[in-house]
Design a protein around this ligand. Structure first.
Ligand SMILES: [Zn+2]
Length: 293
């Protein structure tokens, strides 16, 4: 359990979401360490109607957003602030909706999932996003694992015939389930044998790795040895213990992951970092990173 609070609490009023000004006043964008290391750090947007305003208040370099209600099968519609999003220096990545499971052997789930990935990738491209995050998904038994992997391969193969996806697809590791496609790193290795040649990207979620039973010490190197790349980091602590299989994100000060390990992942991944931690402690989480990376 993490005990120490962020050491920079005295400057909290400069970085809290409520009090912060826009980017010109943000200590985050102007922090020399961030600038010198070229790190891009931000968060998942919790105000879909004004994603850039949300990002500016946080001093984010990068934001992640949905293009549909994540619990729905809705088809994306053009974002009313598309021009503002395209014009902003804040980078954008899109997270796909939660229903999607391209690994599934159930046609009635897999087919809409394939369509949704293609549609949401197109909507992501229209916002200038650098990728679309898609969870690895799961099958129902060990006997289905090979077919699940092949379903991932077919997602890319079939889309290639249509000219490919509009943005890179970033496959995210997941925390739970015994038949997940991307929980354990050895599963990810099997998946990558099938999809790596299609240019699949990878999103490393620290909460999911930890709760899924993968040590974070050396995780960046181990994943890169498998995928050859990390395109995005979801930097989250976990409410649950190592290998719990539970997907519940926590703020750095409340979670079970040593925040120094999180800072280490942030430092070494060489990829944009998006926090998906609870809103209440998000500003403090960013403050911690600002001080420790
Ligand atoms: Zn995530």
């Amino acid at each position: 359990m993490y005990l120490a609070g962020p050491s920079g609490c005295n400057s909290r009023d400069e970085t809290s979401i409520d009090d912060a000004g826009h980017s010109a006043l943000s200590p985050f964008l102007t922090h020399p360490l961030i600038t010198l290391t070229g790190m891009r750090i931000g968060a998942h947007v919790r105000l879909d109607s004004d994603p850039i305003g949300f990002g500016e208040k946080l001093g984010a370099d990068v934001i992640q957003m949905f293009v549909v209600d994540p619990q729905s099968w809705d088809k994306p519609t053009p974002h009313p602030r598309t021009e503002e999003i395209l014009a902003s220096p804040i980078e954008v990545v899109v997270h796909s909706s939660y229903q999607i499971n391209v690994a599934s052997l159930n046609n009635r789930l897999r087919m809409p999932s394939r369509n949704a990935v293609a549609q949401q990738a197109k909507a992501a491209a229209e916002l200038g996003a650098f990728g679309l995050v898609v969870h690895g998904g799961h099958v129902r038994s060990d006997a289905e694992l090979d077919t699940g992997i092949d379903n991932w391969r077919k997602l890319f193969e079939r889309q290639q015939d249509k000219g490919g996806f509009a943005v890179p697809i970033l496959i995210e590791n997941t925390a739970g389930g015994n038949h997940a496609m991307a929980r354990h790193f050895d599963s990810i290795a099997r998946l990558w044998d099938a999809v790596g040649d299609y240019g699949a990207g990878f999103c490393l979620d620290t909460c999911h790795a930890w709760a899924g039973g993968e040590e974070l010490v050396g995780a960046v190197d181990r994943i890169k040895a498998i995928t050859g790349r990390i395109d995005l980091v979801h930097l989250n602590s976990s409410r649950d213990e190592f290998n719990s299989g539970a997907d519940r994100h926590a703020n750095f000060a409340d979670g079970t992951i040593d925040p120094q390990l999180l800072a280490e992942v942030c430092r070494t991944a060489g990829a944009p970092v998006v926090l998906e931690t609870p809103a209440d402690g998000l500003a403090e989480d960013l403050e911690y990173l600002r001080e420790h990376v």
